[in-house]
Design a protein around this ligand. Structure first.
Ligand code: GN1
Ligand code: MG
Length: 378
């Protein structure tokens, strides 16, 4: 990412902020997009999130922004109806300054929601929610419980959303499609790494059938399709200073899929006693205490609305999404680290091993996980 300060200011100026832009700083360790925080000074000081969306990963940014506009608009109505604060309980997109737009931009689909610069990169902006807190890891059962309530509420708010959404990444959590990509990657062996990965590739092969069997239930409708977030790791959730969920962020992957993805991906991050890329595998595993707390919170919002097939698959969904993550990290390592940003050589392999350790721990604790789900689904 090579942008001078002047270029960054010019990009931020394309959006309708209050006050003058005073500072632009990078924010967070996102794996996909580049994120900045923009401070303004004026009558109402405010902060904004400016993001360069990765169009190599999201091929249709206008379609993605359309999804986000529709979904946030729907949630905003629900928040207002309940007397909540729409500036804190849902993401607020910042539009382009009308005067900064060319006729062509004005006419483009979702043209008011992004700026495409001369390098071909896409930029978007939204309001920063003051006083919000994010976590890389859940440190208390209380936080897990509240995260579960938050994701449950998010799904409930969208349960009557019927407008078709664009598929922003093809087959995102569709393991059949992931296996198609996987077989191609292993065959191509673009970085010449396959020869050293017999053990890891065996982990994937050994679980192919059970994962495809699960996905068949989504394909044949046994498990229903709903509007889901698809990236519910804890760092994509804003909490307030009391630990209550304010809103879910990073809506890039909001699409139609199974609600189980959101449960599974949350469990993958909330309950891990180690880091997603821990080198010390002894630290990695599922905390059943955290699992119970999240499940209790989530089902308090959703148990009356989920089908028996969904409830019956909740515990497995954690294994499904964690398996998929092992596959995706390993596939990216095989491809030569093209998808995820990495901090050092071999980072994707470290991530693969750490997520595999988490998967093993979920497999060992599967009966206990199922019993916990049953307890709170009653
Ligand atoms: C990416 O965008 P971010 O960093 O929240 C990825 C998720 C992975 C996650 C692993 C669009 O999430 O699917 O689970 O990394 N997002 C995309 O931490 O691929
Ligand atoms: Mg994301």
């Amino acid at each position: 990412m090579n942008y001078t300060a002047e270029e960054m200011y010019a990009i931020a100026h394309k959006f309708e902020t209050t006050g003058n832009i005073a500072e632009i700083r990078p924010l967070g360790p996102g794996f996909i997009n580049d994120t900045f925080i923009v401070k303004t000074r004026g009558d109402n000081d405010a902060r904004y999130i400016l993001q360069r969306k990765n169009h190599n990963i999201f091929p249709d940014i206008p379609g993605m922004m359309k999804n986000i506009e529709l979904v946030t608009g729907h949630i905003r109505k629900k928040v207002l109806a309940e007397g909540g604060d729409p500036l804190r309980e849902v993401l607020t997109l910042t539009e382009r300054k009308p005067g900064s737009m060319t006729d062509e931009e004005r006419k483009a689909p979702s043209g008011h929601l992004y700026f495409r610069d001369e390098k071909g990169n896409y930029w978007t902006m939204c309001l920063f929610i003051e006083g919000s807190v994010t976590y890389e890891k859940a440190d208390t059962p209380e936080l897990c419980y509240k995260g579960g309530v938050g994701i449950g509420k998010f799904q409930a708010q969208l349960s009557d959303f019927t407008t078709p959404l664009n598929e922003t990444i093809k087959g995102f959590h569709n393991i059949r499609w992931r296996f198609t990509q996987w077989d191609e990657s292993v065959r191509k062996d673009a970085a010449g790494r396959v020869k050293d990965l017999a053990e890891e590739i065996g982990w994937i092969d050994a679980r192919r059938k059970e994962m495809l069997d699960f996905w068949s239930k989504v394909e044949d409708g046994t498990i229903p399709t709903r509007v889901t977030h698809n990236d519910t790791k804890i760092s994509n959730i804003l909490f307030d200073d009391k630990g209550d969920v304010l809103c879910v962020i990073d809506l890039d992957t909001c699409m139609s899929s199974t609600s189980l993805n959101d449960f599974g991906d949350a469990i993958r991050s909330y309950t891990n006693t180690g880091a997603e890329d821990d080198r010390n595998l002894d630290k990695v595993g599922i905390s059943l205490e955290m699992f119970e707390a999240y499940t209790r919170g989530y089902l308090s919002q959703r148990k009356d609305n989920l089908t028996a097939s969904e409830i019956g698959s909740l515990a497995f969904s954690a294994r499904y999404i964690t398996f998929e993550q092992v596959l995706r990290f390993l596939m990216d390592y095989i491809d030569g680290d093209k998808y995820y940003k990495t901090a050092y050589p071999g980072h994707n392999l470290v991530r693969t091993h750490a997520q595999y350790k988490l998967l093993l721990s979920m497999e060992e604790n599967y009966d206990a996980m199922r019993k916990i789900v049953e307890k709170y689904a009653e």
